[in-house]
Design a protein around this ligand. Structure first.
Ligand code: UDX
Length: 439
Protein backbone atom coordinates (compact mmCIF):
# COMPACT_ATOMS: atom_id res chain seq x y z
CA UNK A 1 0.00 0.00 0.00
CA UNK A 2 1.29 3.49 -0.80
CA UNK A 3 1.70 6.10 1.93
CA UNK A 4 -0.30 8.68 -0.03
CA UNK A 5 -3.50 9.25 1.94
CA UNK A 6 -6.68 8.08 0.28
CA UNK A 7 -8.72 11.02 -1.03
CA UNK A 8 -12.43 10.69 -0.48
CA UNK A 9 -15.26 12.66 -2.01
CA UNK A 10 -18.84 12.69 -0.77
CA UNK A 11 -21.59 13.92 -3.07
CA UNK A 12 -24.59 15.28 -1.14
CA UNK A 13 -24.47 16.74 2.37
CA UNK A 14 -27.80 15.60 3.81
CA UNK A 15 -27.75 13.72 7.08
CA UNK A 16 -26.21 10.63 5.45
CA UNK A 17 -23.60 12.46 3.33
CA UNK A 18 -22.59 14.92 6.00
CA UNK A 19 -22.32 12.20 8.65
CA UNK A 20 -20.37 9.95 6.26
CA UNK A 21 -17.95 12.74 5.27
CA UNK A 22 -17.46 13.99 8.82
CA UNK A 23 -16.98 10.49 10.28
CA UNK A 24 -14.46 9.42 7.63
CA UNK A 25 -12.55 12.66 8.27
CA UNK A 26 -12.78 11.94 12.01
CA UNK A 27 -11.23 8.52 11.29
CA UNK A 28 -8.26 10.30 9.65
CA UNK A 29 -9.13 10.35 5.94
CA UNK A 30 -9.05 13.46 3.76
CA UNK A 31 -12.61 14.21 2.61
CA UNK A 32 -14.11 16.73 0.19
CA UNK A 33 -17.91 17.02 0.38
CA UNK A 34 -19.80 18.51 -2.56
CA UNK A 35 -23.36 19.82 -2.63
CA UNK A 36 -25.37 21.71 -5.22
CA UNK A 37 -26.92 23.99 -2.57
CA UNK A 38 -24.68 27.07 -2.43
CA UNK A 39 -26.22 28.33 0.81
CA UNK A 40 -25.61 25.01 2.55
CA UNK A 41 -21.99 24.87 1.39
CA UNK A 42 -21.44 28.39 2.69
CA UNK A 43 -23.06 27.52 6.02
CA UNK A 44 -20.89 24.43 6.41
CA UNK A 45 -17.76 26.38 5.53
CA UNK A 46 -18.71 28.83 8.28
CA UNK A 47 -18.97 26.00 10.79
CA UNK A 48 -22.78 25.85 10.93
CA UNK A 49 -24.53 22.48 10.71
CA UNK A 50 -27.88 22.68 8.90
CA UNK A 51 -29.48 19.73 10.76
CA UNK A 52 -29.98 18.63 14.35
CA UNK A 53 -27.66 15.63 14.74
CA UNK A 54 -25.95 14.85 18.00
CA UNK A 55 -22.15 15.13 17.95
CA UNK A 56 -21.95 16.18 14.30
CA UNK A 57 -20.98 19.81 14.80
CA UNK A 58 -17.97 19.01 16.96
CA UNK A 59 -16.49 16.38 14.61
CA UNK A 60 -17.13 18.55 11.53
CA UNK A 61 -15.41 21.53 13.06
CA UNK A 62 -12.52 19.51 14.51
CA UNK A 63 -11.86 17.84 11.13
CA UNK A 64 -12.13 21.19 9.31
CA UNK A 65 -9.65 22.85 11.63
CA UNK A 66 -7.25 19.94 11.13
CA UNK A 67 -7.58 20.38 7.35
CA UNK A 68 -9.15 16.99 6.63
CA UNK A 69 -12.66 18.13 5.67
CA UNK A 70 -13.70 20.60 2.99
CA UNK A 71 -17.03 21.64 1.53
CA UNK A 72 -17.27 22.64 -2.11
CA UNK A 73 -19.98 23.52 -4.59
CA UNK A 74 -20.93 20.76 -7.03
CA UNK A 75 -20.29 17.06 -7.47
CA UNK A 76 -17.53 17.48 -10.09
CA UNK A 77 -15.46 19.79 -7.89
CA UNK A 78 -15.66 17.25 -5.06
CA UNK A 79 -14.94 14.18 -7.21
CA UNK A 80 -12.04 15.55 -9.26
CA UNK A 81 -8.91 13.59 -8.30
CA UNK A 82 -10.66 11.50 -5.62
CA UNK A 83 -9.82 7.83 -5.13
CA UNK A 84 -13.23 6.91 -3.75
CA UNK A 85 -16.46 8.86 -4.32
CA UNK A 86 -19.54 8.27 -2.13
CA UNK A 87 -22.92 9.10 -3.65
CA UNK A 88 -25.18 10.22 -0.81
CA UNK A 89 -27.93 12.02 -2.69
CA UNK A 90 -31.65 11.57 -2.00
CA UNK A 91 -33.71 8.81 -3.61
CA UNK A 92 -37.23 10.14 -3.04
CA UNK A 93 -40.31 8.10 -3.71
CA UNK A 94 -41.54 8.26 -7.28
CA UNK A 95 -45.24 8.47 -8.19
CA UNK A 96 -45.67 4.68 -8.41
CA UNK A 97 -43.91 3.90 -5.09
CA UNK A 98 -40.58 3.11 -6.73
CA UNK A 99 -37.43 5.04 -5.79
CA UNK A 100 -36.70 8.04 -8.00
CA UNK A 101 -33.12 7.65 -9.23
CA UNK A 102 -32.82 10.97 -11.01
CA UNK A 103 -30.52 12.58 -8.38
CA UNK A 104 -28.17 9.59 -8.40
CA UNK A 105 -28.10 9.52 -12.19
CA UNK A 106 -27.48 13.27 -12.35
CA UNK A 107 -24.64 13.00 -9.84
CA UNK A 108 -23.11 10.05 -11.74
CA UNK A 109 -23.33 11.97 -15.03
CA UNK A 110 -21.65 15.00 -13.45
CA UNK A 111 -18.72 13.10 -11.97
CA UNK A 112 -18.14 10.75 -14.95
CA UNK A 113 -15.82 13.09 -16.89
CA UNK A 114 -13.64 14.03 -13.88
CA UNK A 115 -13.13 10.62 -12.25
CA UNK A 116 -9.54 9.43 -12.24
CA UNK A 117 -8.80 6.04 -13.70
CA UNK A 118 -9.17 3.28 -11.09
CA UNK A 119 -11.52 5.35 -8.90
CA UNK A 120 -14.29 3.60 -6.95
CA UNK A 121 -17.80 5.09 -6.91
CA UNK A 122 -19.82 4.00 -3.88
CA UNK A 123 -23.62 4.04 -3.74
CA UNK A 124 -24.56 4.92 -0.17
CA UNK A 125 -28.01 6.23 -1.00
CA UNK A 126 -30.77 3.64 -0.64
CA UNK A 127 -31.23 2.48 -4.19
CA UNK A 128 -33.31 -0.25 -5.81
CA UNK A 129 -31.70 -3.57 -6.49
CA UNK A 130 -29.76 -3.25 -9.71
CA UNK A 131 -28.75 0.40 -9.23
CA UNK A 132 -25.05 -0.40 -9.06
CA UNK A 133 -25.42 -1.47 -12.68
CA UNK A 134 -27.52 1.62 -13.44
CA UNK A 135 -24.73 3.89 -12.14
CA UNK A 136 -22.18 1.93 -14.20
CA UNK A 137 -24.33 2.55 -17.27
CA UNK A 138 -24.49 6.31 -16.63
CA UNK A 139 -20.78 6.58 -15.88
CA UNK A 140 -19.73 4.68 -19.02
CA UNK A 141 -16.25 4.29 -17.61
CA UNK A 142 -14.68 0.82 -17.88
CA UNK A 143 -11.78 1.98 -15.72
CA UNK A 144 -13.99 2.90 -12.72
CA UNK A 145 -15.61 0.46 -10.23
CA UNK A 146 -19.08 0.88 -8.72
CA UNK A 147 -19.72 -0.56 -5.27
CA UNK A 148 -22.77 -0.61 -3.00
CA UNK A 149 -22.22 0.29 0.67
CA UNK A 150 -25.63 0.87 2.28
CA UNK A 151 -25.97 3.00 5.39
CA UNK A 152 -27.83 1.98 8.55
CA UNK A 153 -27.75 5.38 10.26
CA UNK A 154 -30.62 6.50 12.44
CA UNK A 155 -31.31 10.21 12.43
CA UNK A 156 -30.34 11.74 15.75
CA UNK A 157 -27.74 9.04 16.49
CA UNK A 158 -26.15 8.93 13.03
CA UNK A 159 -22.61 9.78 14.22
CA UNK A 160 -22.72 7.10 16.91
CA UNK A 161 -24.18 4.57 14.45
CA UNK A 162 -21.47 5.32 11.90
CA UNK A 163 -18.61 4.95 14.36
CA UNK A 164 -20.09 1.92 16.19
CA UNK A 165 -21.90 -0.10 13.52
CA UNK A 166 -23.20 -3.64 14.07
CA UNK A 167 -21.73 -4.44 10.64
CA UNK A 168 -20.58 -2.84 7.40
CA UNK A 169 -21.99 -4.22 4.15
CA UNK A 170 -20.12 -3.84 0.88
CA UNK A 171 -21.47 -5.20 -2.39
CA UNK A 172 -19.18 -5.39 -5.38
CA UNK A 173 -18.48 -7.50 -8.43
CA UNK A 174 -14.80 -6.66 -7.97
CA UNK A 175 -13.14 -8.00 -4.80
CA UNK A 176 -10.29 -5.50 -4.92
CA UNK A 177 -12.65 -2.51 -5.15
CA UNK A 178 -14.67 -3.90 -2.19
CA UNK A 179 -11.50 -4.27 -0.15
CA UNK A 180 -10.44 -0.71 -0.90
CA UNK A 181 -13.77 0.48 0.51
CA UNK A 182 -13.48 -1.94 3.47
CA UNK A 183 -10.06 -0.44 4.32
CA UNK A 184 -11.72 2.93 4.99
CA UNK A 185 -13.47 1.33 7.96
CA UNK A 186 -10.23 -0.36 9.09
CA UNK A 187 -10.03 1.43 12.43
CA UNK A 188 -13.58 0.45 13.41
CA UNK A 189 -13.99 -2.86 15.18
CA UNK A 190 -16.91 -4.38 13.28
CA UNK A 191 -17.64 -7.33 10.98
CA UNK A 192 -17.45 -6.47 7.29
CA UNK A 193 -19.75 -8.39 4.95
CA UNK A 194 -18.58 -8.41 1.35
CA UNK A 195 -21.33 -9.54 -1.03
CA UNK A 196 -22.43 -9.10 -4.60
CA UNK A 197 -24.11 -5.71 -5.34
CA UNK A 198 -27.69 -7.06 -5.58
CA UNK A 199 -27.38 -8.72 -2.15
CA UNK A 200 -25.99 -5.54 -0.55
CA UNK A 201 -28.84 -3.51 -2.01
CA UNK A 202 -31.37 -6.09 -0.83
CA UNK A 203 -29.85 -6.12 2.69
CA UNK A 204 -30.65 -2.43 3.07
CA UNK A 205 -34.32 -2.81 2.10
CA UNK A 206 -34.74 -6.05 4.03
CA UNK A 207 -33.24 -4.48 7.19
CA UNK A 208 -35.57 -1.48 7.09
CA UNK A 209 -38.52 -3.69 6.13
CA UNK A 210 -37.83 -6.03 9.05
CA UNK A 211 -37.54 -3.15 11.53
CA UNK A 212 -40.78 -1.61 10.23
CA UNK A 213 -42.36 -5.05 10.60
CA UNK A 214 -41.30 -5.27 14.27
CA UNK A 215 -42.91 -1.90 14.98
CA UNK A 216 -46.12 -2.73 13.08
CA UNK A 217 -46.21 -6.03 14.95
CA UNK A 218 -45.96 -4.40 18.35
CA UNK A 219 -48.54 -1.78 17.36
CA UNK A 220 -50.92 -4.59 16.36
CA UNK A 221 -50.18 -6.40 19.64
CA UNK A 222 -50.91 -3.13 21.48
CA UNK A 223 -54.32 -2.99 19.79
CA UNK A 224 -54.91 -6.55 20.91
CA UNK A 225 -53.82 -5.70 24.46
CA UNK A 226 -56.45 -2.97 24.55
CA UNK A 227 -59.08 -5.44 23.36
CA UNK A 228 -58.25 -8.19 25.86
CA UNK A 229 -57.22 -5.99 28.79
CA UNK A 230 -53.49 -6.82 28.71
CA UNK A 231 -50.59 -4.40 29.16
CA UNK A 232 -48.27 -4.02 26.16
CA UNK A 233 -45.23 -3.09 28.29
CA UNK A 234 -45.49 -6.40 30.16
CA UNK A 235 -46.03 -8.27 26.89
CA UNK A 236 -42.98 -6.64 25.25
CA UNK A 237 -40.82 -7.46 28.24
CA UNK A 238 -42.06 -11.03 28.19
CA UNK A 239 -41.46 -11.61 24.49
CA UNK A 240 -38.37 -9.39 24.15
CA UNK A 241 -36.44 -11.36 26.77
CA UNK A 242 -36.44 -14.22 24.31
CA UNK A 243 -33.09 -13.59 22.60
CA UNK A 244 -34.55 -14.71 19.29
CA UNK A 245 -36.96 -11.76 19.48
CA UNK A 246 -34.99 -9.06 21.37
CA UNK A 247 -36.27 -5.89 23.04
CA UNK A 248 -35.35 -3.37 20.36
CA UNK A 249 -37.81 -1.74 17.98
CA UNK A 250 -40.77 -2.97 19.98
CA UNK A 251 -41.85 0.43 21.31
CA UNK A 252 -45.52 0.99 20.49
CA UNK A 253 -46.31 4.40 19.06
CA UNK A 254 -48.35 6.36 16.54
CA UNK A 255 -46.80 4.40 13.65
CA UNK A 256 -43.40 4.59 12.00
CA UNK A 257 -42.41 7.56 9.87
CA UNK A 258 -39.31 9.48 8.81
CA UNK A 259 -37.30 9.71 5.67
CA UNK A 260 -36.60 5.97 5.31
CA UNK A 261 -39.18 3.45 6.54
CA UNK A 262 -42.19 4.77 4.59
CA UNK A 263 -40.40 5.10 1.26
CA UNK A 264 -38.25 1.99 1.66
CA UNK A 265 -41.15 -0.26 2.65
CA UNK A 266 -43.17 0.89 -0.36
CA UNK A 267 -40.12 0.51 -2.61
CA UNK A 268 -39.57 -3.02 -1.29
CA UNK A 269 -43.13 -3.98 -2.30
CA UNK A 270 -42.61 -2.32 -5.69
CA UNK A 271 -39.22 -3.95 -6.37
CA UNK A 272 -40.66 -7.36 -5.48
CA UNK A 273 -43.69 -6.72 -7.70
CA UNK A 274 -41.49 -5.61 -10.61
CA UNK A 275 -39.67 -8.92 -10.31
CA UNK A 276 -42.84 -11.00 -10.13
CA UNK A 277 -43.09 -11.51 -6.35
CA UNK A 278 -46.13 -10.31 -4.40
CA UNK A 279 -44.67 -9.33 -0.99
CA UNK A 280 -47.98 -9.61 0.89
CA UNK A 281 -46.30 -9.56 4.30
CA UNK A 282 -44.74 -6.15 3.60
CA UNK A 283 -48.06 -4.85 2.31
CA UNK A 284 -49.58 -5.93 5.64
CA UNK A 285 -46.82 -4.11 7.54
CA UNK A 286 -47.70 -0.90 5.66
CA UNK A 287 -51.46 -1.40 6.16
CA UNK A 288 -51.00 -1.86 9.92
CA UNK A 289 -49.04 1.39 9.98
CA UNK A 290 -51.80 3.27 8.13
CA UNK A 291 -54.36 1.79 10.54
CA UNK A 292 -52.25 2.89 13.48
CA UNK A 293 -52.55 6.53 12.41
CA UNK A 294 -56.32 6.10 12.12
CA UNK A 295 -56.44 4.46 15.56
CA UNK A 296 -54.66 7.48 17.05
CA UNK A 297 -57.19 9.82 15.40
CA UNK A 298 -60.04 7.71 16.85
CA UNK A 299 -58.47 7.84 20.30
CA UNK A 300 -58.31 11.64 20.08
CA UNK A 301 -61.90 11.85 18.80
CA UNK A 302 -63.05 9.58 21.67
CA UNK A 303 -61.12 11.71 24.17
CA UNK A 304 -62.88 14.80 22.77
CA UNK A 305 -66.18 12.92 23.28
CA UNK A 306 -66.81 13.07 19.54
CA UNK A 307 -66.94 9.37 18.59
CA UNK A 308 -68.62 10.40 15.33
CA UNK A 309 -65.29 12.08 14.37
CA UNK A 310 -66.90 15.50 13.88
CA UNK A 311 -64.21 17.63 15.49
CA UNK A 312 -65.51 21.09 14.62
CA UNK A 313 -64.98 23.48 17.52
CA UNK A 314 -62.45 21.14 19.17
CA UNK A 315 -58.93 22.32 20.00
CA UNK A 316 -56.20 19.69 20.18
CA UNK A 317 -52.95 20.59 21.96
CA UNK A 318 -50.04 18.62 20.50
CA UNK A 319 -46.71 17.85 22.16
CA UNK A 320 -44.15 17.20 19.43
CA UNK A 321 -44.15 17.42 15.65
CA UNK A 322 -40.99 15.67 14.45
CA UNK A 323 -41.18 12.01 13.37
CA UNK A 324 -39.24 10.99 16.47
CA UNK A 325 -37.21 12.68 19.22
CA UNK A 326 -33.62 13.85 18.67
CA UNK A 327 -34.13 15.19 15.14
CA UNK A 328 -35.65 18.27 13.51
CA UNK A 329 -36.91 16.14 10.62
CA UNK A 330 -40.61 16.46 9.81
CA UNK A 331 -40.60 14.15 6.79
CA UNK A 332 -43.44 11.60 6.94
CA UNK A 333 -43.97 12.45 10.59
CA UNK A 334 -46.89 10.51 12.10
CA UNK A 335 -47.61 13.68 14.15
CA UNK A 336 -48.22 15.67 10.98
CA UNK A 337 -50.32 12.93 9.35
CA UNK A 338 -52.52 12.71 12.45
CA UNK A 339 -52.77 16.51 12.71
CA UNK A 340 -53.72 16.78 9.05
CA UNK A 341 -56.56 14.31 9.61
CA UNK A 342 -57.69 16.09 12.80
CA UNK A 343 -57.83 19.38 10.92
CA UNK A 344 -59.71 17.75 8.06
CA UNK A 345 -62.27 16.60 10.65
CA UNK A 346 -62.67 20.20 11.83
CA UNK A 347 -60.27 20.49 14.79
CA UNK A 348 -57.91 23.38 15.44
CA UNK A 349 -54.43 22.32 16.47
CA UNK A 350 -51.95 24.15 18.67
CA UNK A 351 -48.59 22.48 19.13
CA UNK A 352 -45.10 22.76 20.53
CA UNK A 353 -41.94 21.09 19.30
CA UNK A 354 -38.46 21.98 20.60
CA UNK A 355 -37.11 22.14 17.03
CA UNK A 356 -39.94 24.23 15.57
CA UNK A 357 -39.55 27.43 17.56
CA UNK A 358 -38.00 30.74 16.52
CA UNK A 359 -37.30 31.22 12.85
CA UNK A 360 -38.71 28.37 10.74
CA UNK A 361 -37.00 27.05 7.64
CA UNK A 362 -39.08 27.50 4.45
CA UNK A 363 -39.79 23.74 4.50
CA UNK A 364 -41.02 23.87 8.10
CA UNK A 365 -43.15 26.89 7.30
CA UNK A 366 -44.81 25.05 4.46
CA UNK A 367 -45.61 21.80 6.30
CA UNK A 368 -46.59 23.52 9.55
CA UNK A 369 -48.93 25.95 7.83
CA UNK A 370 -52.29 25.98 9.65
CA UNK A 371 -50.93 24.67 12.96
CA UNK A 372 -50.78 27.25 15.74
CA UNK A 373 -47.17 26.93 16.92
CA UNK A 374 -46.37 27.67 20.56
CA UNK A 375 -43.00 28.36 22.18
CA UNK A 376 -43.80 26.85 25.55
CA UNK A 377 -44.87 23.21 26.03
CA UNK A 378 -47.08 24.16 28.99
CA UNK A 379 -49.16 26.44 26.74
CA UNK A 380 -50.26 23.36 24.76
CA UNK A 381 -52.78 22.72 27.55
CA UNK A 382 -54.34 26.22 27.49
CA UNK A 383 -57.82 26.06 26.00
CA UNK A 384 -57.28 22.51 24.67
CA UNK A 385 -60.12 19.96 24.69
CA UNK A 386 -57.63 17.13 24.25
CA UNK A 387 -53.86 17.00 24.71
CA UNK A 388 -51.92 14.57 22.54
CA UNK A 389 -48.29 13.47 22.91
CA UNK A 390 -47.00 12.90 19.38
CA UNK A 391 -43.20 12.79 19.79
CA UNK A 392 -41.24 11.20 22.64
CA UNK A 393 -39.03 14.24 23.44
CA UNK A 394 -37.55 13.49 26.91
CA UNK A 395 -38.35 17.04 28.06
CA UNK A 396 -42.08 16.28 27.76
CA UNK A 397 -41.75 13.48 30.31
CA UNK A 398 -40.39 16.11 32.72
CA UNK A 399 -43.35 18.48 32.33
CA UNK A 400 -44.69 19.35 35.71
CA UNK A 401 -48.17 17.88 35.58
CA UNK A 402 -49.57 20.23 38.24
CA UNK A 403 -48.50 23.27 36.17
CA UNK A 404 -49.96 21.62 33.08
CA UNK A 405 -53.23 20.91 34.91
CA UNK A 406 -53.40 24.51 36.14
CA UNK A 407 -53.63 25.65 32.51
CA UNK A 408 -56.07 22.93 31.43
CA UNK A 409 -59.82 22.69 31.41
CA UNK A 410 -61.07 20.25 34.06
CA UNK A 411 -61.19 16.57 33.11
CA UNK A 412 -59.24 16.97 29.88
CA UNK A 413 -57.75 13.77 28.42
CA UNK A 414 -54.13 13.22 27.53
CA UNK A 415 -53.79 10.85 24.58
CA UNK A 416 -50.23 9.62 24.86
CA UNK A 417 -49.32 8.07 21.49
CA UNK A 418 -45.77 7.36 22.76
CA UNK A 419 -46.57 5.92 26.22
CA UNK A 420 -44.28 8.63 27.58
CA UNK A 421 -46.14 9.54 30.75
CA UNK A 422 -46.85 7.48 33.84
CA UNK A 423 -50.64 6.94 33.64
CA UNK A 424 -51.05 6.98 37.46
CA UNK A 425 -49.33 10.36 37.81
CA UNK A 426 -51.34 11.81 34.92
CA UNK A 427 -54.62 10.63 36.46
CA UNK A 428 -53.53 11.88 39.89
CA UNK A 429 -52.98 15.32 38.35
CA UNK A 430 -56.67 15.35 37.30
CA UNK A 431 -56.43 14.30 33.65
CA UNK A 432 -57.97 11.35 31.94
CA UNK A 433 -55.37 9.20 30.21
CA UNK A 434 -55.20 6.97 27.16
CA UNK A 435 -51.96 5.45 25.88
CA UNK A 436 -51.20 2.72 23.34
CA UNK A 437 -51.91 -0.81 24.57
CA UNK A 438 -51.95 0.31 28.21
CA UNK A 439 -54.68 0.15 30.81
C1 UDX B 1 -34.13 4.25 10.06
C2 UDX B 1 -33.24 3.02 10.32
O1 UDX B 1 -33.27 2.71 11.73
C3 UDX B 1 -31.84 3.27 9.85
O2 UDX B 1 -31.04 2.10 10.05
C4 UDX B 1 -31.91 3.63 8.37
O3 UDX B 1 -30.67 3.77 7.80
C5 UDX B 1 -32.76 4.86 8.19
O4 UDX B 1 -34.06 4.60 8.69
P1 UDX B 1 -34.57 6.61 11.20
O5 UDX B 1 -35.58 6.83 10.12
O6 UDX B 1 -33.64 7.69 11.55
O7 UDX B 1 -33.68 5.32 10.87
O8 UDX B 1 -35.40 6.28 12.51
P2 UDX B 1 -35.64 5.06 13.50
O9 UDX B 1 -35.04 5.37 14.80
O10 UDX B 1 -35.33 3.76 12.90
O11 UDX B 1 -37.25 5.18 13.66
C6 UDX B 1 -38.10 5.06 12.52
C7 UDX B 1 -39.53 5.26 12.93
O12 UDX B 1 -39.98 4.18 13.74
C8 UDX B 1 -39.80 6.52 13.76
O13 UDX B 1 -41.03 7.07 13.35
C9 UDX B 1 -39.86 6.00 15.19
O14 UDX B 1 -40.62 6.82 16.05
C10 UDX B 1 -40.52 4.65 14.97
N1 UDX B 1 -40.21 3.67 16.01
C11 UDX B 1 -38.94 3.20 16.17
C12 UDX B 1 -41.25 3.16 16.80
O15 UDX B 1 -42.42 3.58 16.66
N2 UDX B 1 -40.96 2.19 17.71
C13 UDX B 1 -39.70 1.69 17.89
O16 UDX B 1 -39.52 0.79 18.73
C14 UDX B 1 -38.65 2.22 17.09
Amino acid sequence: MSDTPIRLAVVGTGYVGLTTGACFAHLGHHVVCGDIDERKVEMLNNGHIPIVEEGLESIVNAARSEGRLEFVLGAETAARGADIVFLCVPTPQGDDGSADLSYIEQAAAQIAPVLRSGAVVVNKSTVPVGSTLAVERVLQRDDVFVVSNPEFLREGTAVHDFLHPDRVVIGSADRDAAERVAELYGSIDTPIHITDPASAETIKYAANGFLAMKISFVNAVAAMCEAVGADVAAVVEGIGSDKRIGMQFLRPGPGWGGSCFPKDSRALVKIAEDHGYNFTMMRGVIDVNDEQLERMVSKIAAAARRPDHDLSGITVGGLGLTFKAGTDDLRESPALAIIEELRRLGASVQAYDPTATGELTPHQQQVLDGIHLLDDPLEVASGADVIAVFTEWPEFAKIELAAFAARSRPGVSIVDTRNLFDPHLVREAGFEYDGVGRR
